[in-house]
Design a protein around this ligand. Structure first.
Ligand code: GLU
Length: 497
């Protein structure tokens, strides 16, 4: 495979050329055999950004031809994941399996034109060919023995009851060039690419044929997908050429690797997009993280969606695999949460509750009062949290039921500070007005009066109000919980100490 830097440079002009010719159509074509992989999500994002950048469309195609492994649950998970990420396709998805008769029709057309042929090679013969190739150190390749079969040979095979496959009569000399916007000019000697199967012996179309026919019929102008499909691009080019169809522009993007450099897999942690939702990442933060994974514009880290659309260019997609860095994603998410308006973040947390661990129990408790408390607590909560899961954990004290479950260390703090709690309670109870400021003044005054440090009072108070040793700022907690609930929790602690 040869790759030339000159072609890489020229590939950057492709978008300009396309503007002059056809409207840009990209597509995302997942196989519904599992969840929406984070790598697939990035491919979808690149396709989506490219389409938006050029005023085009991103279409969605569900490649469900593998009937054994495709499931409705996977289709639902993929559509849901794309929807959550804000990357739904334009228009209804197209289902590949439903188009099998169209794929067959195209294969029949190639047969009729002499550009494809029936091949009666038996599985044993194909195995022998592969073994022979291995012995000679060649890539396994079909030897083309039925390309020019005589009428007699065909009649004999039929008489034996053999069922043929349909193969493309691919060029066996020269080379096939994939002019890739990311990989540059990639050259494949045709002798390495054999006559691929278009229809299996039971008449079902192969994946390779289906992809070409669908991309053509959908008017796809730019194929953006993982670089594991690069060799397929050369084979698919043969099908386009045989049909006399324009080959769409291609961009094969490197796969995502884990922090250790190995292909991203289960052992690196979360892979499915829905897991990222359950871990409390915001879709806009994940989008920003994903766009920066393998693409850059200088050192710039943060992009709003509009800025991404404006800036995205395939010419700046890196050629080497990107490494997924969970810590970086977390920091980026924290940044997005802090930058978000408090009303919006409160609403987002509430909307995400069904997906967060423990979130359904909180959802069941939500009433007007709790919503208002959550909103009031938000400025304090969001300072400390990097994910919605952490945000929910620090809002725990709002939803905890009296008497609060106590962390053992919190119970110790209460035991140690029990001398201070009754007087502190009395001073707080005497406040005419209850606010963050007035409660803070009262706690400070009480500390001074009793000759104690602020922490000596604040720590047992925190434990009494939250059941924990860490929490959002304690005066925020007093303010948000309000007089009645705060005093009742302090009473519980005094009683238990
Ligand atoms: N269905 C293929 C996959 O999930 C993608 C095919 C393509 O993009 O051409 O890997």
């Amino acid at each position: 495979m040869l790759q030339g830097p000159a072609a890489r440079r020229s590939a950057q002009f492709i978008p300009e050329m396309q503007k002059m010719t056809a409207p840009v159509v990209t597509r995302f074509a997942p196989s519904p055999t599992g969840f929406l992989h984070i790598g697939g999500a990035r491919t979808a994002l690149f396709s989506w950004l490219y389409a938006r950048r050029h005023g085009g469309k991103m279409l969605l195609r569900i490649e469900d031809t593998d009937r054994e492994r495709s499931t409705q649950a996977a289709i639902d998970a993929i559509l849901d994941g794309l929807d959550w990420l804000g990357l739904s396709g334009d228009g209804a998805p197209l289902y590949q399996f439903a188009r099998a008769s169209r794929h067959r029709e195209v294969a029949e057309q190639l047969l009729a034109q002499g550009k494809a042929y029936h091949c009666y090679a038996t599985p044993e013969e194909l195995t022998a060919m592969r073994e022979q190739a291995r012995k000679e150190g060649r890539p396994p390749r079909y030897d083309g023995r039925w390309r020019n079969a005589t009428v007699d040979e065909i009649a004999q095979a039929r008489a034996k009851g053999l069922k043929p496959v349909v193969r493309l009569k691919a060029p066996d000399e020269g080379e096939t060039v994939v002019d890739d916007a990311v990989q540059g000019r990639v050259v494949f000697p045709n002798k390495d690419l054999d006559d691929l199967v278009l229809l299996r012996s039971d008449g079902t179309p192969t994946y390779m044929l289906a992809v070409v026919v669908d991309d053509h019929d959908m008017g796809v102008t730019q194929i953006i997908r993982g670089d594991d499909h690069l060799t397929n691009a050369a084979r698919q080019t043969h099908i386009y050429q045989a049909l006399g169809w324009d080959v769409p522009h291609m961009a094969h993007i490197p796969l995502i690797h884990g922090p250790d450099g190995a292909k991203l897999s289960k052992r690196h942690g979360a892979q499915g997009v829905e897991e990222y939702r359950a871990m409390g990442y915001l879709p806009e933060a994940l989008r920003n993280y994903l766009v920066r994974l393998g693409w850059s514009q200088g050192d710039r880290e943060f992009f709003t969606t509009e800025e991404m659309i404006e800036a995205f260019d395939l010419g700046q997609v890196h050629r080497s695999p990107a490494r997924f860095d969970f810590a970086k994603l977390e920091n980026m998410n924290g940044h997005y949460m802090r930058a978000m308006d408090d009303d919006a973040l409160t609403e987002r947390l509430i909307a995400t509750l069904p997906y967060l661990p423990g979130g359904k129990a909180v959802q069941a408790q939500l009433n007007e009062e709790k919503r208002a408390q959550l909103r009031a607590a938000m400025p304090g909560l969001k300072q400390r949290a990097k994910t919605l899961v952490e945000l929910l954990a620090s809002a725990d004290y709002l939803f905890a039921q009296r008497p609060l479950p106590m962390e053992p260390k919190a119970a110790e703090l209460i035991a140690r500070g029990k001398a201070h709690l009754p007087a502190l309670r009395a001073r707080l109870a005497a406040l005419a007005d209850w606010s963050v400021t007035s409660t803070e003044a009262a706690v400070r005054a009480q500390a001074e009066e009793s000759g104690a440090k602020l922490g000596d009072l604040a720590q047992p108070l925190r434990a009494a109000l939250t059941g924990k040793t860490t929490s959002p700022p304690i005066f925020d907690v007093l303010g948000v919980l309000g007089r009645t609930e705060s005093l009742a929790r302090i009473d519980d602690a005094i009683g238990a100490a």
